[in-house]
Design a protein around this ligand. Structure first.
Ligand SMILES: [Zn+2]
Length: 418
């Protein structure tokens, strides 16, 4: 790739290891008039176009190289969307309309809407039908610059349908050149057949779902929706313990509807806590000392029509590593667009465009524990890049609601969209 007007490498901003925090979050490692050489899915060299043209190896092998002329445009590391729920069959249009008429999240759930209303269709669907839905979404995501996606199950909530959902994720990802990290979200909500006996359902998650998923290597992570109306902190700890026993890492939906004290969970070394609309001072101070990433998903706040957004500034200033993700799901955030999440982060959470870029790339990679391969443009890392039809990276969150991604490179595979 040559003639890159602005290349945002996101190479390390300082000698500090771990996810970006504080002022390091806005260090983009920009190179002007840049070029990137990739070979067999790996980045080999990064520098100026002038230096690349002088390179002896490149001079000899130029005819063998596929050259992408970026025409002075912006290139960023492929986005890492570290929180998505793509395994569902249909949009939730009734919920959408009821919410506009004033119904709350809890009222919609109580009336049979919400997460539970997606269950029936997923339970009935064939694995092939689910995989086709996921595959279409992955394609759409890469057309918007995303190259790594975390994909959760969680709309089946029986052993069979959760396994089917994870198999569908695996099947869909095998046909997509990007990278998918799968997460078991068997603890999304207590299914209605377990009303009043959530502990029985938690036992199924711990004793059946997690061991089977781990044995078949269908997921790297176990996620829990820990909140009022979902799973309690005690139940969450139990599920985390089962995950740990079976060698799976953990992450959780935390603080979306109400505050949960985080300290009991740190011993499980969660990769990330997601949403984080409600979080206390003591926990912010703890997170500032740890590598657990706070993954903010402003698309959900936007789509629910909330006035309040997570307090990103308070977290960033305290030194908490933050990431951004779409939270793509049919109920509360039906967007696949990382640029849209970035735009919302800038306008509603007062993150700078630079912070939004780092939160959507290198810190997303940390939140998925793939930062050794993803999230920055450096020699040795996977060839995951996105070209935007823009001269300045700030245009990415600026032109909200339209897609300006022209080309995406996923593990070295080039996909052009224009
Ligand atoms: Zn979610």
């Amino acid at each position: 790739m040559a003639n890159i007007g602005q290349l945002l490498t996101l190479r390390p901003a300082s000698a500090k290891a771990g996810p970006r925090r504080g002022t390091d979050l806005k260090e983009l490692g920009t190179i002007k008039d840049a070029a990137v050489l990739c070979m067999e899915g790996t980045i080999v060299s990064v520098g100026t176009t002038r230096d690349a043209l002088r390179d002896a190896w490149l001079k000899r092998n130029r005819s063998k190289v596929t050259e992408i002329d970026c025409s002075g445009n912006v290139v960023v590391p492929g986005f890492v969307d570290s929180h998505t729920h793509p395994v569902f069959m249909a949009p939730r249009l009734v919920d959408f309309e009821q919410r506009i008429e004033g119904a709350s999240y809890e009222a919609i759930a109580a009336a049979g809407g919400g997460i539970r209303s997606s269950l029936e269709a997923v339970r009935k669907a064939s694995k092939t039908a689910l995989a086709a839905k996921i595959a279409a979404v992955l394609l759409e995501m890469s057309a918007h610059g995303t190259t790594t996606v975390e994909a959760k199950s969680g709309y089946g909530l029986t052993i069979e349908s959760e396994l089917k959902s994870l198999e569908a994720i695996r099947d869909a990802s095998s046909g997509w050149p990007g990278t998918v990290v799968a997460t078991l979200l068997g603890a999304h909500v207590v299914p209605k057949e377990f009303d009043g006996r959530s502990q029985n359902y938690v036992e199924i998650v711990c004793n059946d779902m997690i061991p089977r998923v781990a044995r078949r290597k269908l997921a790297q992570f176990v996620d829990v929706f820990c909140d009022t109306g979902a799973f309690s902190p005690e139940e969450t700890s139990k599920i985390f313990e089962a995950a740990e026993t079976h060698g799976l890492s953990v992450r959780a939906h935390m603080g979306q509807l109400s505050e949960t004290v985080l300290s009991p969970f740190f011993r499980f070394q969660p990769a990330s806590f997601d949403h984080m609309d409600h979080v206390g001072e003591a926990d912010i101070a703890q997170l500032a000392k740890r590598d657990t990433v706070a993954t903010l998903v402003p698309g959900a706040n936007y789509f629910l029509g909330l006035k309040q957004y997570p307090d990103a500034r308070r977290m960033i200033e305290a030194g908490v590593p933050v990431a951004l993700a779409t939270d793509y799901n049919p109920g509360t955030s039906p967007t696949i667009s990382m640029p849209m999440a970035m735009s919302l982060a800038c306008t509603h959470m007062k993150m700078s465009p630079a912070e939004a870029v780092a939160a959507s790339t290198i810190n997303g990679a940390w939140a998925l524990r793939v930062a050794d391969r993803k999230g920055s443009i450096e020699p040795g890392k996977d060839a995951d890049l996105a070209v935007f039809s823009a001269k300045d990276y700030r245009e990415i969150p600026y032109w909200f609601g339209a897609n300006h991604c022209a080309t995406t490179v996923l593990n070295g595979v080039v996909a052009s969209h224009s």
